[in-house]
Design a protein around this ligand. Sequence first.
Ligand SMILES: Nc1ncnc2c1ncn2[C@@H]1O[C@H](COP(=O)(O)OP(=O)(O)OP(=O)(O)O)[C@@H](O)[C@H]1O
Ligand SMILES: [Mg+2]
Length: 392
Amino acid sequence: MPHINMDQLDKILNRTIDSIEQSKNEIYDIAEHAQKEFQQMKKKLSGLKEEIANSIKIIEEYEKDLNKNKVELMQINKNFNEYSQEQMKEAYDKTDKIRINLAVEREREQMLIQKRNELEIRVKSAEKTVNKAENLISHVAVAMNYLTGDLKNISSHIEDLQEKKNLGIKILTAQEKERQRVAREIHDGPAQSMSNVVLKSELCIKLLDRDTTKARQELINLKDMVRVSIQDVRRIIYNLRPMSLDDLGIIPTLERYVSKVMEESHLVIRFVTAGTPFNLAPIVSLTLFRLTQEALNNILKHANATETIVKISFLQEYIELFISDNGEGFDIAEIQKKTKDNGSGFGLSSMHERAKLLGGEFSIRSEINQGTRCYIRIPLKANKMYYNITTP
Ligand SMILES: Nc1ncnc2c1ncn2[C@@H]1O[C@H](COP(=O)(O)OP(=O)(O)OP(=O)(O)O)[C@@H](O)[C@H]1O
Ligand SMILES: [Mg+2]
């Protein structure tokens, strides 16, 4: 997986969200405007429809009047002797006036109908615009939710993936480093001694006929050499995995380890336990052992300390390990930067990874001239597979 710059990704996301937010406001304006226009048009349309209905009524009235007038005119024409010139003119004028009014009203009705038809088309298209805008708003809302919610999490998903990948690489590197260390130890220790044993045995064979006293001395040397080699091999095996972890459990193993370190150094180590110990799954015991080993190695290598506390607490839901020293302390930020820059120092990050692999936490505090404290907490309930509760 290519390396992804999280800050860059966050910037792009935020910019996208900002521009969508802006578009969202614009869409809201458009929707509001379209809605207003749509309502106005609907009002106008119903006004027009009323006017048309009115006009139809007026036309009907005029038509009635006209018919009445036609009957009157027919009457006048039949009995024209009974009407004065004046009366006849008046009747004709009245009819003409009604005709004109009727024609004008019909004209108005036609115009109103045309207007109504046009407005109906516009109302329909305004309705469509309103619906589209509302649709768009809900789509934008979904997109916004996605961007601010789900998609925002994408960076943490990617970070998780990257962390997992880094963890895998770190585990492989740690394995390789451990193998190299074991290979070097066997090469420098037992392998070297064994070739010396072969050389010395050859010398003894030669000396046996010539100088038995010398041969005897060489055999004693040989015996010492083999004894040292056996110790070396035992130490290497112990460092690979102390057998006592499986046979005796974490506490006796740590007790032994701590007294061995005390014997071999000037360090005074106080080993403390808290809570009621219970059996731990092998991976938890081994992790606790390795963490103590690395912390004490660091103290011996870097701290120049005189006293150390190793405390292991069996709590109901956690195992806690606390290791402190009264040594020189160090600047954590500076060391972290160094480790990042040139990949030096593997111990602290491997402690971190080991705790994390069991879903636990690792933290370290250090102050110059005030010593260093390592704190590890491993959850048990969350990692059921990592422990069994059958107390010995
Ligand atoms: N208890 C401590 N007291 C003082 N300095 C410490 C202590 N623990 C760690 N450091 C400092 O932190 C550095 C990093 O430790 P880390 O264990 O990661 O690497 P290292 O011990 O140098 O090498 P490695 O553990 O890979 O053999 C050390 O080089 C040392 O400067
Ligand atoms: Mg170290």
